[in-house]
Design a protein around this ligand. Structure first.
Ligand code: DUC
Ligand code: ZN
Ligand code: ZN
Length: 467
């Protein structure tokens, strides 16, 4: 099957060119002016941008967490992603207590099997602090997994101590595995949480007390120092504030092998949204927490100046009013205390147009940098490039036809995520994906769903590039 995309403006991280794109089977085979159309399906992209499909570096689908399981599974989450112009994501598999990381990956592969509608890979989290776990790290390659997550947060659940982190980084450095780190001092979160609950301070806003910016900065600096001494490449996930990104900036300046991502919500949701009366603030409980508008301004600057490599979602959806009609419990679990709120914010569907509208239309970033932070950068940093993350000959034909003039208003009433609220409710955006193409096949066209359940593929990733 041949398809040619005609008359569009091809936008990559580095170039903006008026060109046609030929797709043969699942791959891009030619880019050029006035390509012939004989024997091809023709997609007219006049007035539109032709960009690489979005890559979300950080998601949690079908994940047991906080006394429940995320509302989106691999079908609903990936389907929503496709509607938003994302064609690939990397999800977090978790090592189960008493089990191996490889079995954790196999468990997550089984969750996606038969449900996937876009392509996906996995990171895996080391949660059992033993030498057996550390010695397993080189075997991740056999599973097509090239990144290992360590948590400095969630004491008593996922958190590992500095000894484990050091040993894991040493082994990762030897075996070419990328270390991803959730940087927040989990001991401090744990004790402050206990103190507030003992004082009867149970409302969602006290979540903020347990996650101050200083402990994200401290943990970031600690992780960077361990990366420097072990030589491991480090990718700090969901950086939320000026204080921590400052540490990233300082570390990068002195040549530390570190890069960092932020997430969409940190530019749009703030501490004041958690301080509203009643329980509404629980919607925005996540770790690290939402911060201040001045942090959002700093994050935009850091995305622009390449201190931050990209923007992911940390999509981790829980219904605000969960547990109804036998459904999964959600945010209401925290009514008896903020420490019981399942942490996470949904956003896998919204990332591309929220970032485009607020970044490109407002002049904060160029359209090329938009492509870079939503697709090319994550592809390079996670070992997916050049198979994914660009429009070039030989790459997978994961392409989004982007209409820079199309307007829409974001709402939970019309979104496709399996969750009852939206972080960007009421936001009017201009610039929207009108066609999503996965490996040569149109899977969404003008809001119409065209993909078969199970047609998404696991992608074995290569070695990460340090950006
Ligand atoms: N933070 C969240 O808010 N949810 C999932 C895990 C995490 O680290
Ligand atoms: Zn995390
Ligand atoms: Zn996460």
């Amino acid at each position: 099957m041949k398809t040619v995309i005609k008359n569009g403006t091809v936008i990559t991280a580095g170039d903006t060119i008026k060109a046609d794109v030929l797709i043969e089977g699942e791959k891009i085979t030619l880019i050029g002016k006035d390509l012939p159309t004989e024997g091809c399906e023709v997609i007219d992209a006049a007035g539109k941008y032709v960009i690489p499909g979005g890559i979300d570096a950080h998601t949690h689908l079908d994940m047991p967490f906080g006394g429940t399981t995320t509302a989106d599974d691999f079908f609903t989450g990936q389907r929503a992603a496709a509607f938003g112009g994302t064609t690939c994501h990397v999800d977090f598999a978790l090592q189960q207590q008493g089990d191996t990381m490889v079995n954790g990956i196999k468990m997550w592969k089984a969750k996606a099997e038969g449900k996937a509608v876009i392509d996906y890979g996995f990171h895996v989290a080391i949660t059992v602090p033993t030498m057996e776990s550390v010695n397993e790290i080189p075997k991740l390659w056999d599973e097509g997994v090239s990144s290992l997550k360590v948590f400095q947060q969630y004491k008593g659940a996922f958190m590992v101590d500095d000894t484990t982190m050091y040993l894991a980084m040493q082994k990762a450095a030897e075996s070419g595995i990328l270390i991803m780190c959730h940087c927040e001092n989990g001991d401090v979160t744990d004790i402050v949480t206990k103190q507030r609950i003992a004082e009867g301070k149970i409302e969602p806003k006290y979540h903020l007390d347990a996650h101050p910016a200083a402990i994200e900065a401290e943990a970031s600096a600690r992780a960077i120092a361990l990366a420097e001494v072990t030589g491991a490449n480090l990718y700090i996930v969901h950086m939320s504030c000026e204080e921590s990104v400052e540490q990233l900036r300082i570390g990068r300046k002195r040549g530390a092998p570190v890069m960092g991502e932020t997430c969409t919500q940190y530019m749009f949701k703030f501490e004041d949204d958690m301080r509203v009366p009643g329980y509404e603030g629980a919607k925005w409980a996540c770790g690290p927490p939402v911060r201040k508008p001045k942090d959002a301004a700093y994050l935009w600057e850091s995305l622009k100046d390449t201190t931050l490599l990209g923007v992911a979602t940390d999509h981790c959806s829980f219904n605000y009013e969960g547990g109804k009609d036998g459904g999964k419990p959600g945010k209401e679990l925290g009514k008896e205390g903020f420490h019981k709120i399942p942490n996470g914010i949904p956003g896998i569907e919204d990332r591309m147009y929220v970032m485009y509208h607020n970044g490109v239309n407002s002049g904060k970033i160029s359209v090329n940098r938009f492509v870079d932070i939503t697709s090319t950068g994550p592809a390079k940093a996670l070992g997916l490039y050049p198979k994914k993350g660009t429009i070039s000959v030989g790459s997978d034909a994961d392409i989004v036809i982007w209409d820079p003039e199309k307007e829409m208003t974001i709402s939970a009433k019309t979104h496709h995520m399996n969750v009852d609220y939206n972080a960007y409710e009421g936001m009017k955006v201009k610039g929207f994906p009108v066609r999503t193409i996965l490996r040569g096949k149109t899977i969404v066209e003008n809001g119409e769903w065209k993909q078969e359940k199970g047609a998404g593929q696991f992608v074995a990733r290569g070695k990460a590039q340090l950006l």
